[in-house]
Design a protein around this ligand. Structure first.
Ligand code: ZN
Length: 492
């Protein structure tokens, strides 16, 4: 039995069309999203997939599905370039900062979590790390070798793309055909271990200086980057699961390689629906360190980057991301963020106004149609910008009702409240930042008073010092002095 109320149509990258969502075992849904490689602070490029799949996760749960959401942490094996060359990104950062690689992993996992919490992105149900699944990855390499789709070369193991392509089509996700790849890939430099330039590493032998290494039948080494997602997806969601997501930049080679690995091991397509979000640009340009427009989320939230006119709050960023469909490009600019902030504030203002409306005998506005339209938009490939557009029709109706040019019955007011609450907070995952802003303001103001009080004490002005302490106590704030400074708390 299942009680799923909504029919969701979603765009499947694999079939290149919108399909009705029908999971393997309703109401259970397995969803895997490629998470970050944790070697630096999260930036705008991380915010988009996180928010996109957070809304999908929230909506599926809202519709009654029991979702197991797996989002991995890549903490080994992601090399500096896609040709299986260069240093491991995490090890490189550890070397530069003279830290243990796992310290880098922990530091940036923590900061990623902090940023995602700020964006009100729900934590996944399972957050597996690649280094915690070396055994599963080695088992997968063995299976692929046994099935004849990989070869060993000087302690490393490579996936044999050409051989695979003779049995299964390689490139079904990206639409890149092997013949085209052959034409575009440069000939191998003489000494490569690979048979073909497009073969990819399943296992890499570690160089003597490489720290993160594990024993294996082939060499002391580490897994190739694509392998972890195949291994962990199968481990937690089964050989064929429902949804796999990530940014469009992962379609090739990462997701293409995932499909090939799983097919080579089991003969089954690992994923039924592939969902990919489009990329972000900044002032029309691709984001990149060399372009000087690489902006971290902390820099955005604090307004500390030369390209930013001021700070933009986490909900401003979240709302801005949701104002575009996830498959469209999204261009960040000061103007666009400021316009979006106005919209977000107007929406929440209307929600507050909604609680002050006086009911009428009859309604002049069709609330149930509005509610219906919002669901239709979500069911049409999670079309959040259309949901927001419908909510703004509601905003107009609320403001007109307040002004007396429209009217709503008490039943419709309640239904509109429920619609707004459901979509704004539960499904789009927005928060009302005005209450957070107040908290922040109070912290700043008390901090300022404590500073003035210390200055007063420094010049032995005890009267001012006591007055600040006593007046704060009157309004419910307790100061506690110590050698380190003054702490404060609410009197409960
Ligand atoms: Zn992945």
């Amino acid at each position: 039995m299942n009680s799923i109320q909504q029919k969701i149509f979603l765009y499947n990258t694999l079939t290149r069309k919108k399909e009705e969502f029908a999971p393997n075992h309703p109401p259970y849904v397995g969803m895997y999203v490629c998470g970050p490689t944790v070697y630096g602070d999260a930036h705008l490029g991380h915010a988009r997939p996180a928010v996109t799949f957070d809304v999908i996760y929230r909506y599926l749960k809202f519709c009654g599905y029991k979702v197991r959401y797996v989002r991995n942490i890549t903490d080994v094996g992601h090399l500096e370039n896609d040709a299986d060359e260069g240093e491991d990104k995490i090890q490189r950062k550890a070397r530069l900062e003279q830290l243990e690689p796992m310290e880098i992993v922990q530091r940036y996992t923590n900061s990623y979590h902090r940023n995602m919490d700020q964006l009100n992105v729900l934590r996944p149900d399972i957050e597996p790390r690649a280094t915690g699944h070396i055994i599963e990855q080695q088992a997968l390499v063995k299976k692929i070798l046994e099935n004849g789709f990989a070869y060993e070369s000087d302690g490393s193991v490579y996936f044999d793309v050409e051989k695979y392509n003779r049995k299964y089509p390689y490139g079904i996700l990206s639409g890149r055909r092997l013949e085209e790849l052959q034409a575009f890939t440069r000939e191998l430099e003489g000494s490569s271990e690979k048979r073909s330039p497009y073969d990819f590493a399943l296992w890499k032998k570690a160089q003597p200086t490489h720290i993160m290494r594990w024993p294996s039948p082939w060499s002391d080494g580490f897994p190739g980057w694509h392998l972890e997602c195949s291994a962990m997806g199968a481990r937690y969601l089964g050989e064929t699961f429902d949804i796999h997501g990530g940014g469009m930049d992962l379609i090739f080679p990462h997701h293409e390689a995932e499909i090939a690995q799983s097919m080579a091991a089991t003969g089954k397509q690992p994923v039924r629906y592939w969902i990919h979000n489009n990329m972000v640009t900044i002032n029309g340009q691709k984001m990149g360190k060399s372009l000087g427009n690489f902006i971290t989320l902390d820099e955005i939230f604090r307004g500390k980057h030369p390209q930013l006119q001021r700070a933009y709050s986490p909900m401003n960023i979240r709302f801005f991301i949701l104002q575009a469909h996830y498959r469209s490009t999204l261009d960040f600019s000061n103007e666009a963020l400021q316009a979006s902030e106005k919209g977000y504030k107007r929406l929440l203002e209307a929600y507050r106004t909604l609680h002050t409306l006086s009911p009428a005998q009859e309604s002049t506005f069709d609330v149930s149609k509005l509610r219906h339209n919002c669901f239709d938009a979500m069911n049409d490939d999670f079309n959040t910008p259309v949901v927001i557009a419908h909510l703004f029709e509601g905003v107009k109706a609320i403001n007109s009702t307040k002004a007396g040019t429209e009217q709503l019955t008490s039943e419709d007011i309640e239904s509109l409240k429920d619609t707004f609450r459901t979509f704004i907070f539960d499904i789009l995952g927005l928060l009302d930042e005005s209450t957070l802003e107040n908290t922040h303001l109070i912290e700043e103001l008390v901090g300022l008073l404590i500073e003035i009080r210390w200055e007063a004490r420094a010049r032995k002005d005890w009267a001012t010092s006591d007055r600040i302490r006593d007046r704060l106590k009157d309004i419910g704030i307790q100061l506690k002095d110590s050698k380190e400074g003054t702490e404060w708390s609410y009197i409960t």
